[in-house]
Design a protein around this ligand. Structure first.
Ligand code: GLN
Length: 545
């Protein structure tokens, strides 16, 4: 019998339900259980693919090509699992399939309603994930805040789940905020009480309260919350703000949350086995070295827009005992200044990140140029790789009018053009080249050295590709095409061997990095950045072998 844990949030949005879900998942995974995480998102978009990264943050792509909420990235990184399309259920998806059924005539004669049709569809998807992933435990986070109109059908569905599968197989975890007010920083429990009242009106009584707080909650406060919210005192878990998000599972374990959940769900007791995790947290908190990596992007004012890239860089520092300080650089700021390189000094390495559309593109190209000319370790990701190819064509191949058809349809040299199977596609939702694809890596290249093999797979999200008409020209001038699709048609990776560390990938390696298993491309970049920082500079350029 699969067990179901439902995580809701109260009091304020952005309370950290995603990290809470992921951390709890880690505790259960470490105890040897198969855990399937999922996100129930109340918005009406069918998926996150068409949402603005300024507003919504990163679009996380799964192996099977679903464009999802960035919380799935937390689940994958903390739990070391691969989510699937079924791990992301939006109100849009649910309504779409109910309405399609209605049109087919599946409910002929019936009135289609939120209860039971929408709630049934939600429950079906939750149960389906359990079967699909043969999960001991499904842990489902409900997006939004209790009290929102949008999340009501989801809350009703999880209420019914308790009835369907039994209270012994379900656990409701509510994440809330305990603020402090006034000059004496008085701890206030009322918002939590009200949030729980809200939940109980819907028919859900939380079993566990995770209380976000700046200071440890005194026992009498826990007793008070326990009394008012009808939750045992040992199930009131204070979750203090910690130095690194990866510390959260350790704080939960220290509060006894792992054992409590196991006991409450009648699961087999296993040791928590958090030694490896504790060691990496220790390194993250006390690094002996540091490097500064610039990330040039188009949406950097939203700290979540490049979430997985930021986390991948942090992971890459761990084996080197190195703190990776990230300097976010909005690409159009590089266009607004007379000397863009002034914004890039002091960096030990550079990532030019993914993105869409014309804005800030010349800034990205300037950043690539700076890294290429100064020998600064460089990693180009998706659009960043495309811009690296354009910069190289303009500067080294004499193709001054080089550009991407995405930016200028009539450019003189369309180094980057539309993927052939994208012609004629007008719909924007889920129509890109998405998900995991294989790539053959050329032996003897930097990519081969980093990956340690010649057959790799990476996740993708793009419409454009390197134009094969220019392959020879690029090679002639010193660019190496180090990764291609198995049919040789698609350029997947490029590099410049004359440069200490210059590599670009059409894929999104950031989705596969784990804290205990940094991705080879990020690991390589950070290693090169450490070497660059330590190296003797000649004319301001690092001397690396
Ligand atoms: N806009 C580019 C394309 O569609 C790059 C996409 C990306 O960076 N994810 O090919």
């Amino acid at each position: 019998m699969t067990k179901y844990i439902f995580v809701t949030g109260g009091v304020v949005s952005s309370i950290g339900k995603g990290i809470a879900t992921a951390s709890l998942g880690r505790l259960l995974r470490n105890r040897g259980f198969t855990v399937a995480p999922m996100k129930l998102d109340p918005y009406l978009n069918v998926d996150a693919g068409t949402m603005n990264p300024f507003q919504h943050g990163e679009v996380f792509v799964t192996e099977d090509g679903a464009e999802t909420d960035l919380d799935l990235g937390h689940y994958e990184r903390f739990m070391d699992v691969a989510c699937t399309a079924g791990s992301s259920v939006t109100a849009g998806k649910v309504y779409q399939s109910v309405i399609e059924s209605e049109r087919r005539g599946d409910y002929l004669g019936g009135t289609v309603q939120v209860i039971p049709h929408i709630t049934n569809e939600i429950k079906k998807r939750i149960k389906q994930l359990a079967i699909e992933q043969e999960a001991d435990i499904v842990i489902a986070e409900v997006g939004g805040t209790v009290g929102d109109i949008e999340s009501l059908p989801f809350l009703e569905a999880i209420r019914q789940m308790r009835k369907d599968v039994g209270p012994e197989n379900t656990l409701f975890v509510h994440v809330t905020l305990i603020p402090t007010v006034g000059p004496w920083a008085e701890i206030k429990t009322k918002p939590t009480q009200h949030s729980v009242i809200n939940l109980r009106q819907i028919g859900i009584s939380p079993d566990v309260l995770i209380c976000r707080t700046e200071e440890a909650l005194p026992e009498d406060v826990k007793e008070k919350i326990s009394l008012f919210c009808d939750v045992p005192a040992n199930a009131v878990v204070d979750s203090l703000t910690v130095k690194t998000i990866y510390e959260v599972p350790l704080t939960y374990e220290a509060m006894g949350l792992g054992d409590l959940v196991v006991e409450r769900l009648g699961l087999e007791k296993h040791p928590s086995r958090l030694e490896e995790w504790a060691a990496l947290v220790q390194t993250l908190k006390n690094p002996t070295k540091s490097v500064r990596i610039g990330v040039v992007g188009k949406y950097t004012s939203n700290g979540d827009a490049y979430k997985s890239i930021g986390e991948s860089l942090i992971h890459a520092g761990i084996p080197h005992d190195c703190k990776v300080e990230i300097q976010w650089i909005e690409s159009d700021t590089l266009e607004d200044v007379a000397d863009p390189t002034a914004l890039l000094v002091g960096l030990d390495g550079l990532v030019v990140g993914p993105g869409f559309g014309l804005r800030g593109i010349e800034g990205k190209i300037e950043a690539v140029r700076h890294a290429r000319e100064t020998g600064m370790p460089f990693l180009g990701i998706c659009l960043g790789m495309q811009m690296a190819v354009i910069e190289f064509a303009r500067s080294e191949c004499g193709l001054t009018g080089a550009n991407s058809e995405e930016m200028d349809e009539n450019c003189a040299y369309p180094l980057i053009h539309l993927l052939p199977d994208q012609h004629g596609i007008t719909d924007k939702g889920a129509t890109m080249r998405l998900g995991s694809y294989p790539c053959n890596v050329t032996i003897g290249t930097l990519a081969h050295k980093l990956y340690g093999g010649s057959r790799i797979t990476e996740r993708h999200r793009h419409r454009y590709e390197v134009n094969n008409d220019f392959r020879e020209k690029l090679i002639e001038h010193g660019m190496v095409i180090s990764g291609v699709s198995p049919d040789y048609r698609l350029v997947e990776m490029v590099e410049i061997p004359a440069h200490p560390f210059f590599i670009g990938t059409q894929a999104h390696p950031e989705f596969k990095s784990r804290p205990n298993r940094p991705h080879p491309l990020f690991a390589g970049l950070v290693k090169a950045a450490i070497a660059a920082k330590a190296s003797v500079k000649v004319d301001g350029k690092p001397t690396l072998e």
